[in-house]
Design a protein around this ligand. Structure first.
Ligand code: 3PY
Ligand code: MG
Length: 253
């Protein structure tokens, strides 16, 4: 049987996910070949659309990594479609209230937990499951991760964590720093942001839920792990490519 992202995270294993913003499926595959345990396709700020995600999740599987997708704000119907296409986890940005969390969980989970409509198609195939097995296992083995990136979300955190079907949280430190400072500054690695992140991880773990976070610096991955985070995003295709290309130009000059 193939490894299951949900099982690995629930067993407290640390997973680093690459961040795919360029809508080029082969790049998502190459992340896995490079050794990343997971790849996240970003439909919120990245260039991904449904067509590139449809091909991208299959490419991630070909590269041997776990398949995660981030939806645009509020697009809960898209979350259901992404599960049908084979995402193992969906990250939903700007979950600021228990009501936001309930709408997301409803799209992500089959009854009685939620109201996901039936038709897993490619999802069952990529999970390596028969269709009847997929029904039995999908609610436990696909993850709904709610992004915590505003003071409102922090205020509602315990209620968000208590929503049935929400498997964990995922911190967006850039938006969090922007909203915590009232729009004054982006400070994803700042003291105040990290203190808030530490608090979010503690509360998530206390609720028995998974904690994930976006990391802009490699050092933040270790710091986040020490705080209790287990899903860390680090490494984006655009900046990695630009950095490597700049080095090549320099080396050839
Ligand atoms: C944030 O830092 O706000 C994010 O959403 C990371 O992608
Ligand atoms: Mg954000």
């Amino acid at each position: 049987a193939q490894p299951i992202l949900a099982s690995r995270l629930k067993a407290d294993e640390a997973i680093v996910t690459a961040w795919s913003t360029l809508a080029v499926p082969i790049l998502a595959e190459l992340f896995g070949r490079a050794g990343y345990a997971a790849v996240t396709l970003d439909m919120q700020h990245g260039l991904h659309d449904l067509a590139s995600v449809r091909e991208g999740v299959a490419s991630i599987a070909l590269g041997g990594a776990h398949r995660i997708v981030r939806i645009p704000v509020g697009e809960t119907a898209t979350a259901s479609r992404l599960l049908d296409m084979g995402a193992e986890a969906v990250i939903a940005p700007m979950i600021n209230s228990a009501a936001d969390a309930r709408a997301f969980a409803e799209a992500m989970k089959y009854p009685p937990l939620g109201a996901r409509s039936w038709g897993p198609q490619r999802g069952a195939q990529l999970a390596g499951l028969s269709v009847p097995d997929y029904l039995v296992r999908a609610n436990d083995e696909t993850l709904a991760l709610a992004m915590i990136e505003t003071p409102a979300a922090i205020a509602a955190l315990d209620e968000i964590l208590a929503v049935p079907g929400i498997d964990g949280v995922f911190v967006g430190p850039s938006d969090l720093s922007l909203t915590l400072s009232g729009g004054a500054k982006l400070d994803p690695g700042g003291e105040k942001t990290l203190a808030a992140a530490a608090e979010i991880a503690t509360r998530a773990r206390a609720a028995g839920k998974i904690a994930g976070i976006f990391c802009l610096e490699p050092e933040t991955v270790g710091k986040a792990k020490a705080m209790g985070y287990r899903l860390m995003a680090y490494g984006g295709d655009m900046s990695l490519f630009l950095g490597a290309a700049q080095q090549a130009v320099k080396a050839a000059g």
